[in-house]
Design a binder for this molecule. Structure first.
Ligand code: NAP
Ligand code: ZN
Length: 335
């Protein structure tokens, strides 16, 4: 047994406090990672608050982990002690269904999340199926890599499946952790990007991420229309959004892609959807093949998050800032 020092909440919406537990040796297919840093995603906050009614307490958040392999299971051949790896939302899957075989493990019926029924990365160590510990390109710094492993892959995969490419016009709803990475990826990939933000002070900042336009918008109240119809609109907002006006802002065959988990039900008007053959899709993180591609693209094109660093001991301050929508643009906890 390995003694682990972590930070955990004991009840919904309560602050984190030091929490110690014992970790078993890794399973034959598993790996234990010594945590160096961990991003703070809004999904950690949804989980802390038990928004999705699946949180178990004590709850140790953190699923944008960067660390060093400490111990490998007997059957693991692709990782060694000392390798620098990243771990995101997913910790395991069945490994043999059609989705797993084609590297789309996030679609597997048996996919398991790092922080559901399992302790996450706000800890000295995390344990995960070795398939979900990704060797990191040398050019990506430890404190920058974490946010790519959940926020980055989520927006990258959603944009790829919505048909992103050079010259596409992409709209991004919400300029937060996911949203700013979506803008950075889309701009780096040669798209014209428009941000829809509820925060007027982010209009000027949007350009620093590579956005070409930014519009103050909340539900159907927009300060103005975008200059042209959009091929893809990616919703990254953490709260429910009314989509009527966004559907009308799509070009023919355009796609409204949903990754923000603010809506229990998605309501879209039928006629404008049908008249221009528009689509609505939703997308969960990304599988191992897409994660590797995303890391290569981020490395090659220089796509990185804008981070605010907090020592792990100040995790509550990071959560408070995230709850207040004041983080610019991803909090990363360091050890
Ligand atoms: P975040 O950093 O807090 O950013 C969310 C942004 O949403 C805010 O910065 C804000 O942007 C916007 N927003 C907040 N309240 C809003 C409202 N009432 N109406 C419209 N926009 C609002 O959160 P995040 O880490 O990027 O995560 C965003 C969402 O994605 C969360 O729901 C998270 O659980 C989800 N998520 C999904 C996946 C997946 O696999 N699908 C993966 C990771 C995260 P502005 O200030 O610009 O308005
Ligand atoms: Zn996340």
């Amino acid at each position: 047994m390995r003694p682990v020092h972590a930070h955990a909440a004991q009840a919904p919406k309560s602050p984190l406090a030091p929490f110690n537990f014992d970790m078993a040796a890794p399973s034959p297919a598993g790996v234990v990672v010594r945590v160096l840093s961990c991003g703070l995603c809004h999904s950690d906050l949804h989980m802390l608050d038990n928004d999705w009614a699946c949180t178990t307490y004590p709850f140790v958040p953190g699923h944008e982990v960067v660390g060093v392999v400490e111990e490998v299971g007997a059957a693991v051949t692709h990782l060694r002690k000392g390798d620098r790896v990243g771990v995101g939302w997913q910790r395991s899957s069945c490994g043999c269904c059609d989705d797993c075989v084609r590297g789309e493990e996030s679609l597997c019926d048996a996919n398991r999340a790092l922080i559901i029924g399992h302790h996450g990365g706000f800890a000295d160590f995390v344990e995960v199926d070795a398939r979900f510990a990704f060797k990191l390109p040398e050019g990506i710094d430890t404190n920058d890599a974490g946010p790519l492993l959940c926020g980055g892959i989520t927006v990258y995969s959603a944009l790829r499946h919505a048909g992103i490419g050079p010259g596409k016009r992409v709209g991004v709803i919400g300029l937060g952790g996911l949203g700013h990475l979506a803008v950075r990826f889309a701009s780096a990939l040669g798209c014209h990007t428009t941000v829809f933000t509820t925060s007027p002070d982010k209009v000027a900042e949007a350009g620093e991420h590579g956005a070409h336009d930014a519009i103050v918008a909340r539900d159907t109240e927009w300060e103005r229309e975008p200059s042209a119809k959009l091929d893809i609109i990616l919703n990254t907002a953490s709260a429910p959004v009314k989509f009527d006006r966004y559907v009308n802002a799509l070009a023919s065959d355009g796609t409204l892609s949903l990754v923000g988990v603010g809506a229990g039900k998605v309501v879209v008007p039928f006629s404008p959807l049908m008249a221009k053959r528009r689509r609505v899709m939703a997308s969960p993180i990304g599988g191992t093949v897409m994660i590797r591609e995303m890391l290569r693209v981020a490395d090659t094109l220089g796509v990185r998050p804008q981070t605010e660093l907090f020592p792990m001991s100040e995790a509550n301050a990071a959560f408070d800032k995230l709850r207040a929508n004041k983080v610019r643009y991803r909090a990363v906890l360091t050890r």
